[in-house]
Structures are given as structure tokens and as C-alpha cells.
Write a protein that binds this ligand. Structure first.
Ligand SMILES: [Zn+2]
Length: 220
């Protein structure tokens, strides 16, 4: 089972929240909508890195990681987003799930490849068995970055922006990374929703008030 919270659920990000009680209430509402116990949420702290941890039982928060994997029922992997890309992965052979948070830094560092490697290391997964979903994020038309990004990313995931600016296609950069790690292209599914353009999802670039939506994946 997997899902995304929306702005109707309310912000589920604690880090920049002015009112943590409202955030916790929104998380409970989201759990209810998913039909799961809110205490099964295990939150990836998300520091724009590439560390992926294995989770065997629900833990409120795992700081310092941008990816989680598990093969246990009763653990709902949870991360929050506002323009960064959610990567959700499932290995039906190994019965394992994974979730990652990929902004430009994590993408540059290879968090998608690290997620695939974690499946291999912890569950003996074969990359060709993985099914990966790319969730809502800022799209390649809206995500304007500085000219220095020409040194950070391959030219085929960048496009010209205004003046000397560039535009970065986070989804395409991650899709390429996953296929390079051995995930077949036809097993990568993309949800073509831009957070900057859709007000159903929070966008840091559209409205930087600390609001976040969540992606969740769990074995049922
Ligand atoms: Zn867009």
C-alpha cells in the first residue's frame, strides 16, 4: 500500500511547523484515510543526503537519513516533501519496500542508486525485480536553478531557463539513475503532477511556509 497526503489533509511536516499539534492531527487524519495505525509511521529525517537505513519496527523518527527500507508488516515508511521527489519502491519477490527523498542534492549524490543498493544489501533483491514509483515533485519546466548546475548534472536533464539560468528535470535525473542501477524502464512509474503547479500538494518554491505533504509506503 502507498499514498500521498494532500493539502486537504493539512501540512504533515514537523520541522518548520508553527503548530506541531496541528501537524500531528493531520498525520492522524492521513493514517485514518490510509486505514493504518498512526504509530506505524516511521519518518525519514531527510537531510538531503544519500543514507538509506533498514527499519525492522516502527520508530517515530530516524534522523539523518533520506531513505528507508523494510520487509516487515506494521512499518509504514514516511517522508515529507515540498517540491523534492518521492521515490517509492517495492520488490514483490523479496516482499520488501523502500522510500526515499530526492531533492537536487540527494539526486546529485545518488540517493536513487543508494535505495536500490539497500534492497540488494538487506534483502538480496535483484534490481530488475523492483517496481519504483516517482511521486509528485516540481517539474522540469518549473524548477529553475543557477548556471552552476551545468557542472553538477548531465546536460540531458537540464534545459535553458531565463537569462543564464537553467531548468532541472529531477524526475528524469532520477529515472536515469534508477535504470543505471538496473531497474527496468518499464518498471518505473511516474505520477505526472507538478507540486509548483498543483495546489493539491505543497510547494516550497510556490509558498515557502514550511508546509509539507507526505509519501507513505507499507506492506499490508
Ligand atoms: Zn511544473
Amino acid at each position: 500500500m502507498h499514498g500521498f497526503s494532500t493539502s486537504e489533509t493539512g501540512s504533515v511536516g514537523l520541522t518548520h511547523a508553527p503548530d506541531s499539534a496541528a501537524v500531528l492531527a493531520a498525520r492522524r487524519r492521513f493514517a485514518e484515510e490510509l486505514g493504518i495505525d498512526p504509530s506505524s509511521f516511521t519518518v525519514a529525517g531527510a537531510v538531503h543526503g544519500c543514507t538509506v537505513d533498514r527499519v525492522d519496527r516502527p520508530v517515530e523518527l530516524i534522523p539523518g537519513v533520506d531513505g528507508l527500507v523494510s520487509n516487515r508488516r506494521g512499518v509504514a515508511l514516511f517522508a515529507t516533501y515540498a517540491d523534492c521527489l518521492p521515490l517509492l519502491a517495492y520488490d514483490p519477490q523479496a516482499g520488501a519496500i523502500g522510500l526515499a527523498h530526492a531533492g537536487w542534492r540527494g539526486t546529485r549524490g545518488g540517493v536513487g542508486g543508494a535505495l536500490v543498493a539497500a534492497f540488494q544489501a538487506h534483502f538480496g533483491s535483484r534490481p530488475e525485480d523492483l517496481v519504483v514509483g516517482l511521486g509528485p515533485c516540481i517539474c522540469g519546466n518549473c524548477y529553475e536553478v543557477g548556471p552552476e548546475f551545468a557542472d553538477l548534472f548531465p546536460p540531458d536533464v537540464l534545459a535553458p531557463g531565463r537569462g543564464d539560468r537553467l531548468r532541472l528535470d529531477l524526475r528524469e535525473a532520477n529515472r536515469r539513475q534508477l535504470t543505471e542501477a538496473g531497474v527496468p524502464g518499464d518498471r518505473i512509474e511516474t505520477l505526472d503532477i507538478c507540486t509548483y503547479e498543483s495546489d493539491r500538494f505543497y510547494s516550497h518554491r510556490r509558498f515557502p511556509d514550511g508546509s509539507r505533504f507526505a509519501a507513505v509506503i507499507a506492506l499490508t
